[in-house]
Design a protein around this ligand. Structure first.
Ligand code: ACM
Length: 531
């Protein structure tokens, strides 16, 4: 080899090596940033938390390891990577492993066999070198991932690359919910919301560990689900909405897509077909559901209490059986909601046998009934659940007949109520519900005041009726920031819930709401943090 060439090559190699080493020698890996886990704004507030004062940093080398042999964990690993990669610009991958990985990685594992954590709890151990997330069941891993979102800078929620650093305060969190039922109801009947809008709502409530979305699929103004055996329900009943807009309905395929999307986020969809009142859209679609056999006119106003099925006609029960058969087949969860509220033009002597018979129909399709609190006037068949909204005495009567209770007291949990007199959207018949009013109550204490024991309370649901709410941005304005409060009531023990402390954590959600482009109400009750 030519000597001159070889020494030039060596010089070149030496320069290359020096250049390659430059970034290492000039920017040594910075030491972990001290961070206090106890100061992080996690909603719902975890049950227990120990801070260790340091942090875990995401780097180019970070991956997500999941215990081998569990496709659900792999899916959750991919979900976590999908949350982290866009804003960090990292290419965090998902790898399977039989044992805890080496330093620098996330590790998701099941089989904690930890009775205290239950079905939905998780344990998160964050050290400088690793983030270990363990749970008994996959839902717990999902909720641990939501906590990790809250521990990362709000910019993690943005869809394109942002400046780091991406650090997570170190320590240990053990966390599990107080109630198994933590949800919201969306009225897709008064105004119709598209599949994409419903998915957005699912995404938003899942950040706060809610696990139920109750869809109010039928009312006087609209029928929103395709029923193949009674096709005019969707065709005619789905053709308009409050104010006379074009309405809409979900095909069964679209509805299945919503159910799956929710299930992937550990959210159960509870479908509601309201009856015997709130039925004008069905009565307009099929004349035979009326006692006089004549179809009603479609209705686009906002009055309530004027419609009823003809409860003495066999056709009506054949219709209900068909509807619930098709709906049961679309519903992996245990519940079908039968409404039952405000049936002011159904005589009580007809209402009671009607509700009894409908409970039997639902049971015959292998499902349990949920109904608004008026259904407690009927018998309570095994498994029936009463949803308290206005009549605490109804809920008490239901419990005395063996029912369990979901708490949705209108004066606290109805997120279609205005925040104050200046709120343009919403109604006010149950009062104004400022953010503090919506937070400062306890389902068990409220039930106890009526003589109902905590043991029969399944949890909480925040209904969002849509007489005045026409699109997802308006939904967001009414739901945020009240949804995080209801979610915390459902998750965090009552003795850890204090408005003066909560409002600071809520104020720190501002940057996250903005990163997620949530159209929230900037309540003057909340000290919104600058960033
Ligand atoms: C209801 O608000 N009518 C349940």
């Amino acid at each position: 080899m030519n000597k001159k060439f070889s020494s030039l090559t060596m010089l070149y190699a030496a320069v290359l090596l020096a250049v390659a080493m430059l970034p290492i020698s000039c920017t040594p890996t910075p030491p972990p940033t001290p961070k206090d886990l106890a100061q992080e704004a996690i909603i719902p507030l975890p049950v227990s938390l120990e801070a260790t004062g340091s942090s875990f940093r995401l780097t180019e080398k970070t991956d997500i390891y999941v215990q081998a042999g569990n496709p659900e964990l792999e899916r959750l690993g991919q979900y976590l990577a999908g949350l982290l990669n866009p804003a960090t610009g990292l290419e965090i991958g998902v790898k399977t492993t039989d044992e805890a990985p080496a330093s620098g990685h996330f590790y998701l594992a099941l089989g904690a066999n930890d009775a205290e954590l239950g079905k939905e709890g998780y344990q998160l151990e964050i050290a400088e070198t690793t983030v270990n997330l363990t749970a008994n069941e996959a839902a717990g891993i999902f909720y641990g991932i939501q906590t990790l979102r809250h521990l990362l800078p709000a910019a993690i929620e943005k869809p394109e690359k942002q400046e780091g650093p991406w650090e997570i305060a170190s320590g240990k969190i053990r966390d599990y919910p107080g109630y198994g039922h933590r949800g919201s109801m969306l009225d897709v009947s008064r105004h119709f919301f598209s599949v994409e809008e419903v998915k957005r709502y699912i995404d938003l409530i899942s950040l706060y560990k809610m696990n139920v979305l109750h869809l109010h699929l039928s009312d006087d103004q609209g029928w929103r689900i395709e029923i193949k055996s009674w096709p005019k329900l969707a065709e005619i009943g789905g053709s308009t909405e409050v104010g006379g807009g074009e309405g809409g309905f979900y095909t069964q395929e679209q509805y299945k897509d919503i159910v799956q999307y929710a299930q992937d986020r550990y959210i159960m969809i509870i479908p509601e077909i309201d009856m015997p009142g709130h039925t004008n859209a069905a009565l307009a679609s099929y004349g035979e559901l009326n006692c006089d056999g004549q179809p009603r006119k479609l209705y686009t106003g906002t009055e309530v209490g004027f419609s009823t099925f003809c409860t003495t006609k066999d056709t009506v029960y054949k219709f209900i059986d068909d509807v619930f058969r098709e709906l049961a087949a679309l519903t992996p969860g245990p519940y079908l909601h039968i409404g039952g509220d405000e049936s002011h033009v159904t005589p009580m002597a007809e209402y009671i046998p009607f509700i009894n018979r409908v409970q039997d129909i639902v049971a015959a399709h292998g499902k349990q009934v949920v109904g608004w609190d008026e259904i407690a006037n009927a018998e309570m068949k095994p498994g029936t659940i009463v949803q308290l909204w206005a009549g605490a005495e109804n809920a008490k009567m239901g419990v005395e007949k063996g029912a369990k209770v979901i708490m949705s007291p209108a004066s606290k949990a109805y997120i279609d109520m205005k925040y104050d007199s200046t709120t343009e959207l919403g109604l006010a018949w149950a009062g104004y519900i400022e953010v503090d009013t919506g937070y400062i109550w306890d389902p068990a204490a409220m039930a106890a005041a009526e003589g109902v024991d905590k043991s029969v309370i399944l949890g909480v649901e925040a209904p969002l009726w849509s007489e005045t709410v026409t699109n997802i941005k308006e939904v967001e304005f009414m739901a945020f920031p009240r949804i995080p409060g209801i979610a915390e009531i459902g998750w965090t023990p009552a003795n850890l819930r204090q408005w003066d402390e909560y409002k600071l954590r809520l104020g720190k959600q501002k940057a996250r709401f903005e990163a997620m482009e949530i159209n929230y109400y900037a309540s003057p009750k909340v000290p919104w943090a600058a960033q």
